[in-house]
Write a protein that binds this ligand. Structure first.
Ligand code: 13P
Length: 287
């Protein structure tokens, strides 16, 4: 089975009321862990590469790793650019064979975000590639954010409808109280806002910053219309804490395979657990 678009997976997720995991990859072991977890769960999956991952591994390496993983995968896989920063970069990823790109204009004014997203949609749709955009600020949110700050940073439901109508995006990342990276306290998701957005936006919604969000809160968000859940930090944490444990137990170990192999196994377990929480286990068989 070759690569599919994220829109293809999201269409099935929308119809079935589940969410697909979008897992960030940074190296070969993590790509392998994502694919192994998806195959073991018989779940579709999105493998995504951030700016940092592209800088670290190189676009061509990421593409090659994912294509090799997909060659033997018996589940639908999409390759997605996470938080694309420019039109040019989105085009580079489309040319490289990505089947989905995110253009993140959330730091821009509404009109500028619409204009940039529209340009990417025009090129991507001609190439048969899906587009995710973002409205609201996810990165800067804090646990103890005030009501005024919520209105300033979180996604406005009416604006979301207007944005989707104006841009024609395939999916929309919403700011409802999650933040990238590790949380100091427990994040409080604004479910009322999510309900209002879902009632106005006829497209799949995306939850970023989902590491560290309790499973029950993620399940609630999925029941209210989240169809793609982004996970990075929880994989990193499982991976690096295993590396630390192996090195602590074997301080003289010099074989990277004996250090990174167990880390890869730990990543598989975390990803499998997430897939079960998102409700996409077994869904590859229905697609
Ligand atoms: P976490 O690192 O919190 O899982 O966020 C990942 C993400 O949203 C990538 O876009």
């Amino acid at each position: 089975m070759g690569l599919v678009t994220a829109a293809y997976i999201l269409k099935h997720a929308e119809a079935g009321g589940w969410a697909v995991g979008a897992f960030n990859c940074n190296n070969m072991e993590i790509v392998q862990a994502i694919i192994r977890a998806a195959r073991e769960e018989q779940s579709p999956v999105i493998i995504q590469a951030s700016q940092g991952a592209i800088k670290y591994a190189g676009l061509s390496y990421i593409k090659a790793l994912v294509l090799e993983a997909v060659r033997t995968a018996d589940v639908p896989v999409a390759l997605h650019l996470d938080h694309g920063t420019s039109f040019e970069q989105a085009v580079r990823c489309i040319r490289a064979g990505f089947t989905s790109v995110m253009i993140d204009g959330s730091h821009l004014s509404l009109d500028e975000n619409i204009a940039l997203t529209r340009r990417v949609v025009e090129v991507a749709s001609a190439a048969g590639v899906s587009v995710e955009a973002e409205l609201g600020r996810i990165g800067g949110t804090e646990d103890d954010i005030s009501v005024d700050e919520r209105d300033a940073f979180f996604t406005d439901p009416d604006e979301a409808r207007y944005f989707v109508e104006q841009t024609g995006v395939d999916s929309l990342a919403v700011a409802i109280g999650t933040a990238h990276g590790l949380y100091k306290g427990e994040p409080k998701l604004d479910f009322e806002r999510l309900k209002k957005i879902k009632a106005r936006v006829p497209k799949p919604l995306v939850l970023h910053g989902s590491s560290g969000v309790p499973a029950e809160a993620v399940k609630e968000a999925v029941s209210l219309g989240i169809r793609k859940v982004n996970i990075d930090s929880d994989i990193r944490q499982a991976f690096t804490s295993t590396v630390r444990e192996v090195l602590a137990a074997n301080p003289h170990e010099i074989d990277p395979r004996k250090i990174l192999g167990p880390a890869r196994d730990a990543a598989v377990e975390v990803i499998r657990e997430k897939i079960r929480i998102f409700g996409s286990s077994g869904k590859a068989r229905e697609m």
